[in-house]
Design a binder for this molecule. Structure first.
Ligand code: NAD
Length: 367
């Protein structure tokens, strides 16, 4: 297992697994060897559909010696347990967001990995996509001068209209802040560096919601978390942000703008991999499109970057440390909203190198 493509197994064969299976099965530098799930039939169906040779329960998948990276696509409440089991089986682990429910659990995952010389990676990897990498290059080139402020909004009616099992999206570890927030916060931390100071306020519009699709349509369930969160964030590098995360609005809106001393950069939806990327300098009356170059290969490019980094002995970009800073940030926002306080935060996120301009998932680099 010292060279060549890296063996990968998925644990969790739910809604998002199809996006990973679609992308990962086209990357020559990884091999999807197995799919595991609590629901073995679901794992078998996914494996059959994507030509994956093995399906089974978590233990049988973790026992496969050729698997080097476990991609943890379970629900947030199971992230820490599955990640820890994978690490204890000697596997690197890359998980869906959030890293864990609480920062203390995230810290335990990182410590377990470090003690075993293994890696932790985490979604989202959208910040490695063409849109946000092009934004990073524009910022680095001084396109808007010195960044000063950020306005970020993600709002809409919530996911119970389309997700067939949305209960977990309204439980501890989800809600708009923990479910959608990671895209916005990871994008901003990757572009501007870590956050040092936070204030927030939060509301919950309804204590109960109703499933809108699938076999459970019409079933009511309890909302456990705030569904409208407004946060103020100070970045160690200087800028401040106002950010709104809401499942309480009838109006879907996603925007993220960084304003600098020379103008404003309008970023693409950070839950996507492409553009558009637009800029408007002071004095200009219209937005201008900036070129967007890079990969739009989809969820899984963070796994691929981790696989290549394992072989190359370099740090991977969608790292556990980055995810842990975002988790600490979301947890601090929640505390501030609950206690009506400002809070200071340890600015511990790593600085993330840009992907090389010619980085592509489609060309094999591991021999
Ligand atoms: N659905 C989306 O659009 C979407 C988008 C991006 C990220 N995500 C993230 O992906 C993760 C999964 O979301 P989903 O929508 O696919 O959920 P899902 O409920 O559709 O699927 C989760 C799967 O994990 C399995 N599972 C749960 N606990 C397990 C355990 N302890 N061991 C093994 N298997 C277990 C379940 O049986 C289920 O098949 C979440 O962290 C979510 O935030 C989802």
């Amino acid at each position: 297992m010292t060279g060549g493509p890296v063996g990968v197994a998925l644990i969790g064969a739910g809604v998002i697994s199809t996006q990973y299976l679609t992308a990962l099965s086209t990357f020559p530098d990884v091999r999807v060897l197995a799919v595991g799930d609590l629901d073995i039939e679901r794992a078998r169906t996914a494996a059959r559909e994507y030509g994956v040779p093995v399906a089974g329960d978590t233990a049988s998948v973790l026992a496969l010696p050729e698997v080097e990276i476990v991609v943890n696509l379970t629900i947030p409440a199971a992230h820490a347990e599955v990640a820890t089991a994978a690490l204890r089986a000697g596997k690197h682990v890359y998980g869906e967001k959030p890293l864990a429910l609480a920062p203390s659990d995230g810290a335990k995952i990182l410590a377990e990995a470090q003690s075993r010389g293994l890696r932790v990676g985490s979604a989202p990897d959208t910040f490695l996509g063409a849109g946000l990498q092009s934004a990073a290059r524009a910022l680095a080139a001084g396109a808007i001068g010195q960044p000063v402020s950020v306005t970020a909004v993600t709002q809409g009616p919530g996911p119970e209209g389309w997700h067939p099992s949305p209960e977990f999206l309204y439980q501890y570890g989800a809600g708009p802040l923990f479910d959608i927030g990671p895209y916005y916060l990871t994008a901003l931390v990757s572009l501007l560096g870590p956050v040092t100071r936070v204030a927030a306020t939060a509301r919950q519009a309804r204590a109960e919601r109703v499933i809108g699709s699938g076999p459970k349509a019409g079933t009511a369930f309890t909302v456990e978390v705030p569904t409208h969160v407004s946060a103020l964030l100070d970045f160690a590098s200087g800028p401040s942000a106002s950010a709104t995360f809401s499942f309480d609005s009838s109006v879907p809106r996603r925007m993220i703008e960084i304003t600098g001393t020379e103008g404003t950069l309008s970023l693409p939806d950070p839950n996507t991999f492409g553009g558009p990327l637009r800029i408007r300098a002071f004095g200009e009356e219209e937005w201008r499109e900036l070129p967007v170059t890079g990969t739009t290969a989809g969820r899984g490019i963070g796994v691929l970057d981790m696989a290549r980094s394992i072989r190359g002995g370099t740090p991977h970009r969608a790292s556990g440390e980055l995810a842990q800073h975002v988790l600490e940030l979301m947890s601090t926002v929640t505390d501030c909203a609950e206690h009506h306080t400002f809070a200071d935060l340890e600015p511990r996120a790593p600085q993330i190198p840009l992907l090389p301009a010619d980085w592509t998932p489609e060309t094999a680099t591991l021999s």
